[in-house]
Design a protein around this ligand. Sequence first.
Ligand SMILES: N[C@@H](CCC(=O)N[C@@H](CS)C(=O)NCC(=O)O)C(=O)O
Length: 210
Amino acid sequence: MIRLWHVAQSRSFRVLWLLEEIGAEYDLIACSFFDRSLRDADHLLRSPAGRVPAIAVDGQTLCESGAILLYLAENRAPDLRVPEGAAGRAAFLQGLHYAETLGAHLANLTQHHIVLRYDWMRSPTVMRLEAKRLENALRAVGPDWVTGEFTVADIAIGYAVWMARRFVGLPECAARYTERFAARPAFQRALQKDGPAQIYTQDFYAPPEG
Ligand SMILES: N[C@@H](CCC(=O)N[C@@H](CS)C(=O)NCC(=O)O)C(=O)O
């Protein structure tokens, strides 16, 4: 049985969504950023940096969301990836990794708006800059699926776009893309299972004025 260590609203949502797309049987282990359980020795064996997602599958553990998506697609859902040598492979790989270009901006914005609790810790310049860079990076997203067909690259990017709505207005192409992936029953089931908000408690975190 697959086991997924998950924190609501985090990148482990990508894996949760894919497991729902596949219709896999899995144990969802709800974790918290606030009880230090991700720093337990057991968890550090699964994820040396003490993060989520982590997954136990086929007698091994993995802890990098893009790698997990690709591994599960290759082994459980070949239609959700583009194989080596096939047309669309380059676009597929680029999409899968572009998700972390978006993810880097989201991580910076999350640090500044949420993790750093006091204004004196935050840099308003970085907050404005990162919001603008995220918005620009989103211009490359949608409205079509990354390779023309829905794949795990769309799960990787889709999660990032879903979270980006907390920090920026989506460009038209990304907004139309969001309507498409949000209509997928597996995405809706994953949202139901995600659990109570742990990171983002506001709908929108506006950049500071200046
Ligand atoms: N590149 C990794 C990033 C994993 C990651 O940073 N996860 C965040 C949640 S989105 C986390 O667990 N943060 C906890 C921490 O940094 O202590 C992936 O895509 O899986």
